[in-house]
Design a binder for this molecule. Structure first.
Ligand code: FES
Ligand code: FES
Length: 152
């Protein structure tokens, strides 16, 4: 048994401490917004925040987040995340949508630490989040637009 705090709620999950956090989030806790893409830390679809930092939940053991705060796309809150989500809808950023929860988690982490990112900053922060639909230009535009709205 492992106790994991996910989106502010303590979950006692029947899991080996080595189980990938992604498995626990999706299969044991039932939060399916976080996606499985590659399983080897190469695509970013599984991005969640652990104590506010973006991590690949496919390569993070659930035992390693005990005592920490895990946030998934279902639980992300605050002005930055809400602004990004509004912009994503307004600019029609997603295509198939599969990668987009990971994109939102990465973009939220970026704008939380850098309120005025350059194109290079955005590309560097989002480089680990792949999009098979190649929405990269809209993602970049979305981050800039969110930065502008957050300044207002
Ligand atoms: S599923 Fe975790 S990085 Fe691809
Ligand atoms: S929107 Fe389809 S994979 Fe990114």
């Amino acid at each position: 048994m492992v106790i994991a705090t996910i989106n502010g709620v303590d979950h006692t999950v029947d899991a080996d401490p080595d189980m990938p956090l992604l498995w626990a989030i999706r299969d044991l806790v039932g939060l399916t917004g976080t996606k499985f893409g590659c399983g080897v830390a190469q695509c970013g679809a599984c991005t969640v925040h652990v104590d506010g930092m973006p991590v690949r939940s496919c390569q993070t053991a659930i035992g390693d987040v005990v005592g920490k705060s895990v946030t998934t796309v279902e639980g992300i809150k605050g002005r930055v995340a809400e602004t990004l989500q509004a912009v994503w809808a307004d600019l029609d950023v997603p295509q198939c949508g599969y990668c987009q929860s990971g994109q939102i988690m990465a973009a939220t982490a970026l704008l939380t630490t850098n309120r005025k990112p350059s194109d290079d900053d955005i590309d560097a922060a989002m480089a680990g989040n792949l999009c098979r639909c190649a929405t990269y230009q809209r993602i970049r535009a979305g981050v800039h637009e969110a930065a502008k709205r957050l300044e207002a």
